[in-house]
Design a protein around this ligand. Structure first.
Ligand SMILES: C[S@@+](CC[C@H](N)C(=O)[O-])C[C@H]1O[C@@H](n2cnc3c(N)ncnc32)[C@H](O)[C@@H]1O
Length: 420
């Protein structure tokens, strides 16, 4: 049976994990955080946690004047969640009572229920009018600084607006599938965009495997690589398989590698649902051998291009992983290049907004490998602005692009050709 307070309690737990332990929401879900909830409460807990993280700066501003000192984290998170609900149209009585009930059950901080009651009552009175006047939430400085340096202050504000707006649902269809029953909009790059999708698995064509969820930006690397029927293709870092399915659907013989057993299991499920075929390898990209017509490397990265859909990321992380990731990407790019046949091609991509994980990697690879050239022509696709093509010959996508049509994830990609 659905229980809104169970969903709220879980949302507070999720906020404690992200803001207190530095864990990503996906890690909490994989560890079973939603297991005891009814399906509709799962979706509700996820939505409440995501909305609160997206609006954290606003919630803290509204709460600041009602708090003499910051309460313990879990109480603060209950206040934040209550504030977000109250300021986005939640009924005062229901929200305040729910948050008081949640805090009163807490073993150590139950006595703070009076504070929660008093503060949220004030927020219910004054918060909603204040909310709309507050600025769009900004990224934390550890991430904002390098991004302002890379793209400028104005672009940063556009990206923050896109992060706050969240993402629509984009799907990629099999080449012969009729997706009209989805009621979405066909984007110029070929993806179908659905504004208010609801539960993905109940959408028409999901069970039949006619399509899969994939952001419009994430669908471009495989479109640009443009594999042909019968080509031998290697995908490194492939799970959960959006790009594998695109290439298998195009008729290529795809070998897909990923180091994570759980994620390979998801890739297998995705292939089964869509009836597509690929050879799957659970293993390290750096240990693969062979020679392929085409290689696609979707390297592990900061994932800073996906903040629209993962508002936990800037709050859980602090940038300390950047150095290791940048080094790993360089190693992977060099290794992937050794697996490309003479005359073949490599698609290098990352879902990052940091040039160190995109433009700089390709610039360095072009310097290092005399037989490598970046194919600019291949980037001329409908829906892709010529201004998005970079100096070294890659494609830079940002969440503030297509601003009035629902945006796109941040991504970088380059098609690298090997001389014959
Ligand atoms: C950006 S995700 C890949 C998304 C995927 N290409 C898609 O389109 O659905 C990066 C992946 O790299 C994998 N990974 C990380 N280190 C790896 C390694 N050393 N070898 C192979 N895969 C690795 C992760 O498990 C993760 O699934």
């Amino acid at each position: 049976m659905s229980d809104a307070n169970h969903a709220r309690r879980t949302a507070v737990y999720l906020l404690d994990q992200v803001l207190g332990e530095g864990r990503l929401l996906a890690e909490c879900y994989a560890a079973g955080a939603l297991e005891k909830l009814a399906p509709e409460d799962r979706a509700r807990a996820q939505r409440l946690a995501a909305e609160t993280l997206r609006s954290l700066e606003r919630a803290d501003r509204v709460l600041k004047k009602h708090l003499k000192k910051t309460p313990p984290l879990t109480v603060m998170n209950a206040l934040r969640l209550g504030t977000v609900e109250l300021c986005s149209g939640g009924a005062a009585h229901g929200v305040v009572n729910a948050m008081v009930a949640i805090v009163s059950r807490h073993r150590r901080h139950g006595q703070l229920k009076g504070l929660v009651n008093a503060v949220l009552r004030k927020v219910a009175e004054e918060g909603p009018a204040e909310w709309a006047k507050l600025r769009t939430p900004r990224l934390p400085n550890w991430l904002r600084k390098p991004l302002v340096q890379a793209w400028g202050a104005e672009a940063m504000l556009g990206m923050e607006a896109a992060h706050y707006a969240g993402a629509p649902l984009d799907v990629t269809g099999k080449p012969d599938a009729d997706l009209s029953a989805l009621g979405g909009v066909l984007l110029p790059t070929g993806s179908v965009r659905i504004a208010a999708a609801g539960q993905v698995s109940s959408l028409p064509g999901f069970e039949a495997g006619d399509w899969w969820v994939q952001d419009a930006a994430a669908a471009l690397p495989a479109r640009i690589l443009n594999v042909q029927p019968g080509e031998q293709v290697l995908e490194l870092c492939a799970a959960p398989g959006g790009k594998t399915m695109q290439m298998a659907a195009a008729g290529a013989k795809v070998t897909a590698v990923d180091i994570s057993e759980n994620r390979v299991a998801r890739l297998r499920e995705n292939l089964e649902r869509t009836g597509l075929e690929a050879e799957l390898i659970t293993g390290d990209a750096l240990e693969q051998t062979g020679q392929y017509d085409a290689v696609l490397l979707d390297a592990p990265c900061s994932a800073t291009g996906t903040i629209r859909r993962h508002p936990d990321l800037p709050q859980a992380k602090d940038g300390s992983e950047f150095g290791g990731l940048i080094e790993l990407q360089a190693q992977m790019l060099a290794h992937a290049w050794s697996l490309v046949k003479p005359g073949g091609r490599l698609m290098f991509c990352t879902c990052s907004l940091l040039p160190d994980e995109g433009e700089c990697q390709v610039e360095e690879a072009l310097d290092m490998f005399p037989d490598m050239t970046a194919d600019r022509e291949a980037l001329n696709l409908p829906g892709v602005e010529p201004a998005w093509i970079t100096e070294e010959g890659g494609l830079r996508l940002r969440p503030d692009y297509w601003a009035t049509d629902g945006g796109m994830d941040g991504f970088y990609m380059a098609l690298l050709r090997k001389s014959a």
